[in-house]
Write a protein that binds this ligand. Structure first.
Ligand SMILES: [Zn+2]
Length: 76
């Protein structure tokens, strides 16, 4: 099963809302905004520190990578 198909079946453990995939690094709840990190292709669907810290950092990294691709060498 493709990763994109797999996440359609995943739900946020906090409120059972669907998840948005940001690349293959992080899943974000469409309702509460919890960010779930993906470790080695395996979503970590636990409501604990991993979501708050790792998930937020994974999302930050993903957005940084995405924007780095658009405007390279803007500031150093
Ligand atoms: Zn949620």
């Amino acid at each position: 099963m493709a990763y994109e198909d797999l996440i359609k079946y995943l739900r946020c453990p906090a409120d059972r809302a669907p998840l948005d995939a940001f690349g293959q690094a992080v899943l974000v709840c469409t309702r509460c905004g919890n960010a779930y990190p993906v470790r080695d292709g395996v979503p970590v669907m636990l409501i604990d520190e991993a979501v708050q810290r790792e998930g937020a950092e994974a999302l930050k990294r993903y957005k940084a990578d995405a924007s780095a691709g658009e405007s390279d060498s803007a500031s150093e």
